[in-house]
Write a protein that binds this ligand. Structure first.
Ligand code: FES
Length: 217
């Protein structure tokens, strides 16, 4: 009886243990499934984060050999050629682009460039030395408080058109190394030497001069 009781108890215990073991196995299986799901989800998240990050090199300053691409408008991302620039037309806004990796260096606003084509006879000696067929390039970042230089307008102090920063009206003459001709800007825009390779423009060297604003906005 006691044996039977024991057996019954034992059988009950075995059944309970089996049932608990089954429950544990089920829980473990579920835990593994959930774990796998979470891991997969996390991997997907991290892949998405990585995909959203700026590619390496995209915030580096223009490098020798970089191509130049349109930074805005219908042709955004297209490589700029000499044929895209007509003498005296407003400047084109551009980003440098690494020709080896195809990375456009647009992760830093300090990399935006103004490219303009002028009559070489209008350029002073130093500016002409950096130009190719009258094409010259400057940083698009105002040296006053770092606004983007956006306008190409007749100067307030002369009859020629100049680069103008609309934040506080600083003006720069691209024919004379982008020296300041009006407004509070303390120094000229940084210049970017260019070269022409099979009709495509490319960077011939580092910025000449400091890029960016001297004062907080
Ligand atoms: S930031 Fe350009 S004039 Fe002040």
């Amino acid at each position: 009886m006691s044996s039977a009781s024991f057996n019954t108890t034992s059988s009950f215990s075995d059944n309970t243990a089996e049932s608990e073991a089954g429950a544990c196995t089920e829980q473990t299986r579920r835990a593994l499934l959930i774990g796998a799901l979470v891991t997969t989800t996390c991997l997907a998240c991290s892949t998405q984060v990585r995909a959203g990050e700026d590619p390496p090199g995209s915030d580096e300053r223009p490098q020798k050999g970089d191509l130049l691409v349109f930074s805005e408008g219908d042709q955004e991302g297209k490589v700029i050629t000499a044929a895209d620039l007509s003498p005296g037309s407003p400047p084109v806004h551009a980003w440098p682009k690494d020709p080896k990796t195809s990375v456009v260096r647009s992760a830093s606003r300090l990399n935006e460039i103004l490219i303009i084509r002028l009559d070489p006879a209008e350029l002073d000696e130093q500016t002409r030395a950096r130009a190719v067929d009258g094409i010259i390039a400057y940083s698009a970042i105002c040296s006053h408080a770092g606004c983007p230089v956006t306008a190409w307008v007749k100067s307030d102090v002369g009859d020629k058109e100049v680069f103008k920063c609309m934040c506080h009206n600083s003006e720069y003459d691209p024919r004379a190394g982008a020296q300041v001709v009006f407004g509070p800007a303390p120094r000229r825009l940084a210049a970017l030497p260019l070269t022409l390779t099979e009709s495509s423009l490319s960077v011939a060297g580092n910025f000449v001069g400091k890029v960016g604003g001297a004062q907080p906005g």
